[in-house]
Design a protein around this ligand. Structure first.
Ligand code: GCO
Ligand code: MG
Length: 444
């Protein structure tokens, strides 16, 4: 008989005792609330630390929460590739002393208090730190309940998580080959990009470089070459692969809003599954105009940090897919509420899931994807062997579906020794400036 069975028997015993003593609801004044709480023995947070590692040279941050039960810990994703050191400081210097000694089980209470513990809130650094703690507590609760987290969220609504993958190339032939390979791997949803975001390789003349404005590392991106190349790409790929495959594209907020509206209208004949980030979060006001002009499905949200950004877009049905980066909004506790809000307005999920989300974060995405009715699609990556060694229990991909590791919690662990072998790259993770030919800064 393992320890968990023993706990259940004792828990039951305690509850029976409480019942005999006049019922669990009758709590004597001053009697510690834990004694009256049914089920699991009290457990305290004993340590919280941020672990930074970069097996793929992407700056991952994972928070480990240790408890007063020897060997029982939880992991949570706090990955903010562009500012990992600031997140680690927020975890180690602020969240750790704040949460140490607190009850492991009361996730929502701890989230609410940690959220306001900085007074100022809803920012990328503190939200990622909060997410690391939050997800780790869900991982622990799953382990204490001896269940995968999706079970705590209500069980499965589907057998696995349907995903999209990234395809691209600098010319149409390369993109076509990449799409065909993805179809052979079983993907039904494929994102197509022509070169980098905004196809900067197609922008020839960078006048600002001629006059020495900015730095040589700054990249140049003109609007027209990108817009025309993207329409041509959809036309070519749709003709090559037919109507079956769902095609997605990420404008990545790189062109003026009105040009994004026109591009969406011109892509309508190719029936995209969704067009992502037509605008910057700063230009949310344009969504009404976009809706009036086209019925192309829209996905938005990877840059969101605050409820002010998603509540209106969802409740006014101005988007079709909410694409938040779960750690940027503060964790699983927040994402599941966003999913619930989406359900009432039939806005589906498409959580952000690129390389700069750790395997723990991908598992958290997938557990939530399994449990919500309004699941749309999941962005996916394939983990290298190196990453799988550092993170045993990584989700796996098969036939375009993501499968979580069926085990208590999120099912993913972290080998700290191996993780230490992959320190963060020297270069901090910031985005290099992107400019228009006249030197104007472009939102990346
Ligand atoms: C996506 C995103 C990413 C981001 C990256 C930022 O849709 O996957 O746009 O590619 O650019 O996560 O660090
Ligand atoms: Mg994106």
């Amino acid at each position: 008989m393992n320890r968990r069975d023993l706990i259940q028997i004792f828990g039951l015993g305690a509850a029976m005792g409480a019942l005999r003593a006049g019922g669990a609801e009758s709590q004597e004044a001053g009697e510690p609330y834990r004694k009256a709480t049914k089920g699991l023995p009290p457990l305290k947070i004993t340590n919280i630390k941020a672990i930074l590692t970069a097996p793929e040279r992407i700056r991952l941050c994972v928070v480990k929460v240790e408890t007063s039960e020897p060997g029982l810990h939880g992991l949570g994703c706090a990955t903010f590739n562009q500012r990992p050191l600031t997140v680690a400081a927020a975890v180690n210097e602020y969240l750790a002393p704040f949460a140490k000694g607190r009850d492991v089980d009361n996730i929502e209470d701890l989230w609410q208090n940690a959220y306001t513990s900085s007074y100022w809130r809803n920012g990328p650094v503190l939200n990622n730190a909060l997410s690391g703690l939050d997800q780790a507590l869900w991982d622990i609760k799953g382990k204490r309940a001896n269940m995968p987290v999706y079970q705590l969220l209500g069980g499965k609504c589907r057998f696995a998580v349907d995903c999209y993958t990234h395809c691209g190339g600098s010319d149409l032939k390369q993109i076509e080959e990449s799409v065909k390979k993805a179809m052979e791997r079983g993907f039904r949803h494929i994102r197509i990009q022509r070169g980098g975001y905004g196809s900067p390789q197609l922008s020839k003349k960078a006048d600002y470089k001629d006059v020495g404005f900015g730095l040589p590392v700054d990249s140049n991106m003109a609007v027209r070459p990108y817009v025309e190349a993207t329409v041509e790409m959809f036309d070519h790929i749709r003709n090559v692969v037919g109507k079956e495959v769902e095609l997605l594209h990420d404008i990545h907020e790189r062109i003026p809003p009105i040009d994004a509206i026109n591009l969406c209208k011109r892509l309508e004949p190719y029936h995209p599954f969704f067009i992502e980030d037509p605008f910057s979060p700063e230009d949310i006001g344009y969504f009404k105009m976009l809706r009036q002009q086209t019925s192309v499905p829209i996905a938005m949200g990877e840059l969101f940090n605050s409820p002010h950004e998603w509540v209106g877009l969802i409740s006014e049905r101005l988007i079709d897919f909410i694409r938040v980066h779960i750690s940027q909004v503060g964790g699983l506790s927040v994402a599941r509420k966003i999913a619930t809000l989406g359900e009432w307005f039939n806005v589906r999920s498409a959580w952000h899931g690129p390389g700069d989300v750790s395997p723990v974060g991908h598992a958290a995405n997938a557990h939530l994807d399994l449990a919500i009715w309004n699941f749309g699609i999941q962005e996916s990556v394939t983990f290298s062997e190196r990453t799988q060694e550092v993170f045993p229990g990584c989700p796996t991909m098969e036939n375009g579906y993501m499968h979580i590791h069926e085990a208590p919690g999120f099912g993913v662990d972290l080998n700290e020794e191996l993780a230490a072998k992959y320190p963060l790259p020297e270069r901090p993770g910031y985005w290099d400036p992107v400019r228009r030919p006249d030197g104007t800064a472009v939102r990346p």
